[in-house]
Ligand binder design. Structure first.
Ligand code: ZN
Length: 179
């Protein structure tokens, strides 16, 4: 019988494809190509993404965060708590008005930082039935849309915060890794 070390136990907690990739993992910087194919075939992947989002108590998740290079995002509606999915989302319109607020990310766990986002965006994509959809988003939903689409294009909140905030958080991350 193999005695599991604490690290071994951690790694065994979740299947590799359900582990949230964190800062430093190259998959987060690559950007994902558009999904080409039958949207219905994505059901197992989307179910997995919902499970991971729920487990991590996140309000959004992009496929690259679990190591899948496909342009797919899921989120939880801030008002209704309902879970949604969007395939190949892209921002087609954004307001000049911006909002700056503290933002966190499952891939940068334990760190909040100020990020300035457009106050309003219009996002086009495809739903699970393969239908074209348009989402007009303000408030927290607009922030979620921009955050997850950033993931699909290989950007993290660390790329969006101020140089000072970025320095502060990177220093914290290094200290955590060193200790
Ligand atoms: Zn994130």
């Amino acid at each position: 019988m193999v005695r599991l070390t604490w690290v071994g136990m951690m790694a065994a907690d979740f299947a590799p494809d359900q582990r949230v990739r964190t800062f430093g993992d190259p998959v987060l910087k690559q950007g994902a190509p558009d999904f080409v194919g039958h949207a219905g075939d994505l059901t197992p992947l989307v179910e997995k993404m919902f499970q991971v989002m729920d487990r991590e108590e996140g309000i959004g998740l992009a496929a690259p965060q679990i190591g899948v290079q496909k342009k797919i995002m899921v989120w939880r509606d801030p008002d209704t708590e309902e879970r949604h999915v969007l395939i190949n989302p892209r921002i087609v319109e954004r307001s000049d008005d911006t909002v700056t607020a503290e933002e966190g990310c499952l891939s940068v766990p334990g760190h909040m930082m100020e990020v300035t986002r457009a106050a309003y965006v219009v996002v086009h994509g495809v739903d699970m039935d393969g239908r074209a959809v348009s989402v007009q988003a303000t408030g927290l939903l607009a922030r979620i849309m921009q955050h997850e689409i950033d993931h699909l294009e290989g950007h993290l909140i660390l790329d969006r915060t101020s140089p000072d905030e970025r320095r502060r958080v990177l220093k914290d991350i290094r200290q955590t890794l060193d200790s």
